[in-house]
Design a protein around this ligand. Sequence first.
Ligand SMILES: [Cu+2]
Length: 125
Amino acid sequence: MSATQIIITLVGVGLIGWIVWYFWLWKGEAVAAQAGAGGVQIVNVTVKGGYQPAAIVVEAGRPVRLNFTRREASLCGEEVVLPEFGRRAHLPEDKTVPVEVTPEKPGEYEFTCGMNMYKGRLIVR
Ligand SMILES: [Cu+2]
């Protein structure tokens, strides 16, 4: 193989690796909740083509307030569901809707849109 062929091969492999990582492996950076009054853990979540942030780190045993704001006309994110907590909320466009839960046990808890298309995770430590 010539040097050019080696370089082209390496670039190709790198590109494939990046595509695999970006589309299948990357789940978004986890964001830690901010401490609010009374020990509430607060996170602002934007709903637009998904949840931003989609991974939220909180501490067990303390209340968590997720402030959901839907910033899109699409009806996909109109409803958010937290199945493990038996909670669901309607999210009107451009209005912030707080959803409070208290995760007692460490673990990962999913939240999704009403159709189970948008997915986010509450990582409880
Ligand atoms: Cu949906």
